[in-house]
Design a protein around this ligand. Structure first.
Ligand code: AMP
Ligand code: DBH
Length: 534
């Protein structure tokens, strides 16, 4: 079972030749900025501000102390922090120490964390005392049973300086000696929205991720004057790298943190800190537009609003410049790699009606019909892609990799797209068994598996139901032995430790499931008949 599937040598060579892969550690942007403009503000987090020099020094300190405590280059870490400056400082520290983290979302619960710990067998866990699972030490001990390797646990907000993250960030010595980095190797694991029973991990290398960040920073015209609002969960690939916080650090700008995208919170932060750019999912844009319609003045400083993560209705897209007084940029990306942007000099029509075109001229995008043949321009088909920052295999998932990739290493994202003559894509549907709930992805199979663990549940299917606010919501359709109440099923799922956003919004009970010719539950029929009538 491979941890990481490398690109074939001929392509790796091409990517270096073209200057995409520059064989530098992913921390080089921060290092360069700390040298060039040490006193510029890198992060604003509540009433705290951190300069580039401070972020660099604090991440050095943490890296040095971790290594001194026996954490080794090549080790894995599981990190779960809220949206705060420490999230980035910790990320840089781990990369500097050669430790490969996965950054769990803050709304992940026991089930997700157990899975990451089980898969990665980390030596290090960094979590927050404000998270319900980490109020005391019980869950960390449970995780130690799953991964006996887990020797070091540090908490944000712990009373004991020996295990308090903030204390570990304070330099006690001069710059520590740090290990050499292999830029062709894995930097960290990104989370996949997934469509299978267990959450899949995506190995991202220094070279590939760094390229996507540099190129994104250029496409999005970031400068040291950029003030970027990070109001989506910080570990999300979108706000990390498209161009996200890492793009902003590379360009020497400022990342302004917000807990969530609520306009009541964000409009004030934007005003206070002169935010110039924000990244949102469509459901949040809906709330921002509504706030302005109801009389809240739009921000004067905001120049660009990025929208991505889920389908964005054209009617809403058209309202963005008029109501929010800024440019719209549509972003269609995936933690697995490929990212598309509309460009600032595109005609408005294109910005309103497409999800952009790929970052790189060497992103090889194929739109294929169900038989595997290339589609004509404009014809909807399956999106397959390979390129300089699209991964080549999930972490230790040989079976799944067989179906996710073709023989030439093209990755099938599960999206249905239309491509125009200029390479601009429009996302028109999906074949993966996933619910996109306001940008939060839910793998149907995972929730179905958990529902089936209830003794009264005989059959279970999770399907997407259109929703005005979220775009889609999850609807569980069930055959049960005896009548059950939704509250019992919710309690059952929460008892298994599932993240709350994965809970079905609705439960429907049926006598029998419609089946396909081969005897699988026919979700198309469920969607078209049962949901239509509810
Ligand atoms: P993930 O696997 O969690 O990184 O999610 C990536 C998926 O989100 C893509 O494969 C799409 O299904 C969806 N997605 C991302 N951006 C957009 C967008 N702008 N429009 C429609 N779907 C999107
Ligand atoms: O939804 C996503 O995963 C996503 C959206 C926009 C993404 O990973 C990205 C940009 O990089």
């Amino acid at each position: 079972m491979t941890d990481f599937t490398p690109w074939p040598e001929n392509l790796a060579q091409l990517y270096r030749q073209k200057g995409y892969w520059i064989d530098k550690p992913l921390t080089h942007g921060l290092r360069d900025r700390a040298a060039l403009s040490p006193d510029s503000t890198a992060i604003i987090c509540g009433n705290r501000a951190f300069t580039y020099a401070e972020v660099d020094r604090m991440s050095d300190a943490l890296a040095g102390r971790l290594l001194a405590k026996g954490v080794k280059p090549g080790d894995h870490a599981v990190v779960q922090l809220p949206n705060c400056a420490e999230f980035y400082i910790t990320f840089f520290a781990l990369l500097k120490a050669g430790v490969m983290p996965v950054n769990a979302l803050f709304n992940h619960r026991a089930l997700e964390l157990r899975s990451y710990v089980e898969q990665l067998q980390p030596t290090l866990l960094i979590a927050a005392r404000t998270h319900p699972l980490f109020k005391d030490d019980a869950f960390a001990s449970e995780l130690r049973d799953i991964a006996p390797t887990l020797a070091q646990v540090i908490y944000l907000g712990d009373g004991d300086p020996d295990q308090d993250l903030t204390a570990w960030l304070t330099a006690t010595q001069d710059a520590p000696s740090l290990p050499e980095c292999d830029p062709a190797g894995v930097a960290f694991y990104q989370l996949s929205g997934g469509s299978t029973g267990t959450p899949k991990l995506i190995p991202r290398t220094h070279n590939d991720y760094d390229y996507s960040i540099r190129a994104s920073a250029e496409i999005c015209a970031l400068t040291p004057q950029t003030r970027f609002l990070c109001a989506l969960p910080a570990p999300h690939n979108y706000v990390m790298s498209s161009p996200g916080a890492l793009g902003v650090f590379y360009a020497g700008g400022t990342v302004v943190m917000a807990d969530n995208p609520d306009p009541n919170l964000c409009f004030g932060i934007i005003e206070q800190h002169g935010v110039t750019m924000a990244a949102l999912v469509p459901s949040a844009v809906g709330l921002w537009l509504e706030a302005v319609r109801e009389g809240t003045p739009a921000s004067k400083s905001l120049e660009v609003l990025q929208v991505g993560g889920a389908s964005f209705a054209e009617a809403l897209a058209r309202q963005v410049p008029a109501l929010l007084g800024c440019q719209l940029q549509q972003v269609f990306g995936m933690a697995e790699g490929l990212v598309n942007y509309t460009r600032f000099d595109d005609p408005e029509e294109r910005i309103f009606t497409t999800q952009g075109r790929p970052i790189s001229e060497d992103d090889e995008v194929r739109v294929r019909n169900a038989d595997g043949y290339d589609c004509a321009v404009g014809e909807p088909g399956q999106l397959w892609v390979r390129g300089p920052y699209t991964f080549r295999g999930y972490f230790r998932s040989p079976e799944h990799n067989k179906s996710a990739f073709d023989a030439e290493g093209f990755y099938f994202s599960g999206d249905l797209v239309q491509r125009d003559a200029d390479g601009y894509l429009r996302v028109v549907g999906r074949v993966k068994d996933q619910i996109n709930r306001g940008g939060e992805k839910i793998a149907a199979e995972e929730v179905e598996g958990l529902l089936l663990r209830h003794p009264e549940v005989l059959e279970a299917a999770l399907v997407a139901q259109p929703d005005d606010r979220l775009g889609e919501r999850g609807c569980a359709i069930l055959v049960t032995r005896n009548p059950l109440r939704p509250v019992e099923l919710r309690r059952h799922l929460m008892g298994l430790g599932i993240a709350e956003y994965k809970l079905p919004d609705k439960f429907i009970f049926v006598e029998t499931m419609p089946l396909t010719a081969v005897g699988k539950i026919n979700k198309r029929v469920l969607r078209n008949t049962i949901l239509e009538t509810q």
